[in-house]
Design a binder for this molecule. Sequence first.
Ligand code: FES
Length: 101
Amino acid sequence: MRETGREIASGSRISYPASVRSIPYNLIGGPMAEVTVKVIPNGPYRASGPFKIIDPQGSEILIEEGRSVSLCRCGGSANKPFCDGTHGRIGFQADQAARKS
Ligand code: FES
């Protein structure tokens, strides 16, 4: 199993399996990242970092603190997972309210 790790404030290092990278950091002893996702009416998800996107090949895109990206919700973007504005051209309609799962 591939291991990964993270430096913590004291300078020591903790290791954990790569498969747990999506677990909030607070569960493994550090501060939880502040991630905000806003549902845009009939549009994308607007997500504010810090967080990372991991593609199926394992490549990571780091969205730094204070930076926001729009993630496609309509399925029509040619630049997934990012929104490219296609939702407006195809007349995407979606429920307005977020629901708890
Ligand atoms: S939500 Fe914008 S292209 Fe899909």
